[in-house]
Design a protein around this ligand. Structure first.
Ligand code: HT7
Ligand code: ZN
Length: 883
């Protein structure tokens, strides 16, 4: 397999002015005709023109209207090469034949539930026609679609519809023109039997935009929340970033077969149905929140990704990190900022930290790849978003906005790099950002240590920082990073102390003046070891470190348990209140894991239980915050902190603590459940989501006790639920414990919802993720359930992905989980390499386990790597995992 390197980037020799496409969509094949206006980047250049193309049948090729002879071009399975094209501008016309009906990779042009649709990012356009399929070649596109009018009444592409009409033989056509230059990865086409929800949005400059969400007719009623989300996102982008939509039409299409969540094609976003369709009876609060976030995300790409795009795929985080940051901020503004931050940081810790510490660790801007699809990762997306967040932390809200404005002013219509973004931020603020760019090039999660010292005589409080970036594949030695550490200091009553000044590098830097007190300041930690000494601190403070999680690092401090309990009770930074509880829980869990491994009996610190009780019963706290604060860190997070991950011990300890909490706080939990019920119709707002979250978290604790009375309570909740959030939470609570009640209620749920494939996917996932002993056999059985289909990614993610998320069962000591996954990966790879490669990633952390498990997982990886006809996608992940 060929590896592609960032250092080898070369500008294209030829550029495209316009690309005119014609699709003749048929039942056997599709004929794609393209007419490209080509010109050399530098006048007078004469060199070969190499076009990308994959799985295409070339029917004809012309230059300036003249058919080329066989010896005038060369085609192999990746490229079409014209060794000596004319000097100067010329027109290239190519006709190809493709077979969308046979395309199970869901990349390029394919069929989903009888409708045609496309997915071109990253390199799928080359499966449609020959092209320079790279983001720095931007052109103006037109697209004419011809198809049977009965079978495909709706014909959509990017931009504006400029012509449509009937053709002979029951066919019709539509001609679309996109006035904006775009790279090929943003091209899209949809044709099929679809209906839409129609709405309007008037931009702040008065442009009336038609909004349409397309689905099969029976699903149109399920698109109200998606439309609400779209309009909210359009308004938010105007208010927060001054960014307006730039066309008169914005289409969204929902398709059931889609490899990822959604795609931001210019003015024709294509979505996985899961992220569009929602009714209170069928979708949970989590689904509603995900729809809001992803509709926002794809819409925000119109500026961060489409108007300003990436020069090459190594720069992916330029658009993805930035757009994730924007969608996170949007969701924060629409709900609870603290809870959103908790959710995002937990995701980073549970998924990105392990990636950064494993064989697939790569910088936010990777240095190389075999298949770009493998680099749509939590590092590029979530760590990338943290990098953008750090600009904002360092420059402040208005400085960040100035940087964004300059970025658009400089680069609208261009394909640029992460340095260009950095330069806009720096220049707009005249800022010293020293070695900040290392965040793009150095992989690994920095480990930061802090020690503190209070000097009562000098009234100073010193914080000493040291940092270490662990070595990662290909990067044995690291330099110190630029880490913004937001800090507050609490006095003995729990109030924030005013911060007046700090000594650093022998100089006193003023933080605030007495009439304008400042309670949080951002320290710029840039060296391997560094000291900051706060002035005018008369008593020993309790430091609130890394407020709001101001940098994506692992922080280790000398805070004692009693400091942490104090912060949990008093910190004005709500995120850090939650964090203090999590640090306590992590410490507790790790020490109980030790006890478990030494066969000692487990017992729980009463102070911890009391801490949880005081949060649970604190009526002044936000209920969703309480739900988060009483939830223990995930098993993955704890295993990530161990020298040798022990899934059985971690699972036993987490279950033990959960039950102890449930036993000790039974009455409080019961009254929380009772007091949080509501007979009002479902509303998606913070108040009601928070209420449901706390009720359902409490119910899960209670049901963990496997006490018939409490199981009955959960059963009542299940039966009386009027929305999916409550119904599914009750089902999950019951399903924690194996037995007849579990089996009955699971089967009742399936019977109720068998007609709704998105709900059935939840049912698959719940069973797949289950920690009940020996679950691999159940999952194996579900593979042949009539509702399961390996060709549908959502079903695979629910069943196979869900199973890999159960640490105890996937890592079962007998290797049954590994064997199951190994076999499925090979089957899947023949159907859809992108999905197969996502699944094989579950093996990548095999070295973290004991020798016995290592041998079993390694054997599966070796079996996969040596399989005949393996895709490059799976090969890259499996071989790098073994390296
Ligand atoms: N930009 C989109 C990426 C995407 C994608 C990448 C590889 C293979 C399939 C894909 N579908 C969508 C999604 C996003 O907005 O981040
Ligand atoms: Zn994106």
């Amino acid at each position: 397999a060929r590896e592609i390197f960032l250092k080898d980037y070369k500008m294209p020799d030829y550029l495209f002015d316009t690309v005119d496409l014609k699709f003749e969509l048929g039942e056997e094949n599709t004929i794609v005709s393209s007419k490209i206006a080509v010109y050399p980047r530098a006048a007078g250049v004469s060199c070969p023109l190499v076009l990308h193309g994959s799985e295409l049948k070339l029917l004809s090729i012309k230059i300036d209207g003249k058919e080329l002879k066989k010896e005038e071009f060369h085609v192999d399975h990746r490229h079409l090469t014209l060794p000596s094209p004319p000097v100067g501008a010329f027109t290239l016309e190519i006709v190809t034949e493709i077979y969308p009906q046979k395309n199970t990779s869901l990349e390029g042009l394919y069929k989903s539930s009888g409708n045609f649709c496309t997915q071109c990012e990253a390199e799928g356009f080359r499966k449609i026609t020959f092209s320079q399929d790279r983001p720095d070649v931007m052109a103006r596109y037109t697209c004419r679609i011809e198809a049977d009018k009965n079978l495909y009444p709706v014909l959509l592409s990017n931009g504006n519809l400029i012509e449509q009409g009937n053709l002979e033989g029951g066919k019709h056509y539509a001609l679309w023109e996109d006035p904006f230059k775009k790279p090929s990865y943003l091209f899209a086409l949809v044709a099929g039997q679809l209906e839409c929800r129609d709405d309007k949005f008037v931009t702040r400059s008065g442009r009336e935009v038609t909004l349409r969400i397309w689905t099969p007719s029976e699903d149109v009623p399920k698109t109200a929340h998606a439309m609400y989300s779209l309009k909210a996102a359009m308004k938010w982008d105007e208010e927060v970033f001054g960014l307006e939509y730039d066309l008169d039409l914005f289409n969204i299409v929902a398709v059931p077969d889609f490899n990822m969540g959604a795609m931001e094609n210019k003015s024709l976003n294509i979505f996985n149905s899961k992220l569009v369709l929602a009714l209170p009876e069928t979708a949970t609060d989590g689904d509603y929140a995900a729809i809001l976030g992803v509709i926002g995300h794809e819409y925000f790409h119109n500026w961060t990704g489409n108007r300003v795009t990436c020069r090459d795929w190594f720069q992916l985080s330029l658009k993805e990190g930035l757009t994730v940051f924007r969608d996170q901020e949007f969701s924060s503004d629409m709900g609870s900022r603290t809870v959103k931050r908790i959710v995002d940081v937990s995701r980073l810790r549970n998924f990105q930290f392990p990636q950064d510490a494993g064989p697939m660790a790569h910088p936010v801007r990777p240095h190389s790849y075999i298949k770009m699809d493998n680099f749509y990762t939590v590092t590029v997306y979530e760590k990338g978003a943290e990098v953008v967040r750090m600009y904002k932390t360092l420059l402040g809200s208005s400085g960040f906005r100035k940087g964004m404005d300059l970025y658009f002013k400089r680069h609208d219509g261009q394909a640029v790099t992460c340095e260009d973004f950095f330069a806009a931020m720096r220049d707009a603020n005249d800022a010293d950002m020293s070695n900040f760019l290392l965040w793009y090039s150095q992989a690994g999660t920095p480990q930061v240590k802090v020690t503190s010292f209070h000097d009562p005589d000098a009234k100073t409080y010193s914080l000493k920082f040291s940092q270490e970036v662990p070595s990662t594949p290909g990067q044995p030695v690291k330099e110190p990073m630029f880490i913004p550490v937001a800090i507050g200091l609490l006095d003995s009553s729990g109030k924030d102390m005013p911060l007046t000044g700090v000594y650093h590098d022998g100089m006193l830097q003023t933080i605030s003046l007495p009439d304008q007190p400042v309670y949080t300041t951002v320290l710029r930690v840039t060296k391997k070891e560094e000291e900051f000494k706060f002035a005018n601190i008369p008593e020993r403070p309790i430091p609130s470190l890394l407020r709001g999680y101001s940098a994506p690092v692992r922080l280790d401090s000398d805070l004692t348990d009693s400091d942490l309990f104090f912060l949990l009770a008093h910190d004005s930074d709500e995120f850090n209140r939650w964090e203090a509880g999590q640090i306590l829980a992590r410490k507790l869990m790790l020490s109980l894991v030790d006890d478990f491994q030494q066969n000692k009996s487990l017992s729980l610190n009463l102070k911890f239980i009391e801490g949880i009780r005081s949060i649970l019963c604190n009526s002044s706290l936000d209920k969703e915050f309480i739900a988060k604060a009483i939830t223990l860190p995930g098993e993955g997070e704890i295993m990530d902190m161990m020298a040798v991950a022990d899934p059985d011990a971690v699972h036993a300890v987490r279950s033990f603590i959960k039950k102890q909490i449930a036993l000790s706080l039974k009455e409080d939990l019961l009254s929380t459940v009772t007091n949080s019920r509501s007979s009002d119709p479902y509303v998606f707002d913070h108040h009601n989501m928070a209420r449901r979250a706390l009720k359902n978290t409490s119910l899960a604790y209670l049901a963990s006790l496997d006490d018939p009375e409490l199981t009955n309570l959960a059963l009542d909740e299940y039966k009386s639920a009027t929305n999916m959030t409550d119904q599914f939470a009750a089902l999950a609570a019951i399903a924690q414990n194996p037995g007849q009640v579990r089996d009955d209620v699971l089967s009742d749920f399936y019977t109720k919802w068998r007609h709704d494939f998105l709900v059935v996917n939840k049912w698959f996932a719940l069973q797949a993720m289950s920690d009940i002993p020996g679950n691999v056999a159940n999952v194996q059985k579900l593979l042949s359930h009539p509702a399961f289909d390996l060709r549908n990614p959502n079903k695979v993610y629910s069943l196979i992905g869900g199973f890999c998320g159960s640490h105890v069962n996937f890592h079962a000591k007998d290797g049954s989980g590994y064997k199951f996954l190994g076999e499925v990966v090979l089957q899947l790879d023949k159907i859809n390499p992108q999905v197969a490669s996502r699944m094989v990633s579950a093996f990548s952390r095999w070295r973290r386990y004991d020798e016995h498990r290592q041998a079993l997982a390694k054997a599966q990886l070796e079996m996969i790597v040596s399989a005949n006809g393996l895709s490059e996608n799976v090969y890259e992940i499996a071989s790098k995992s073994l390296a």
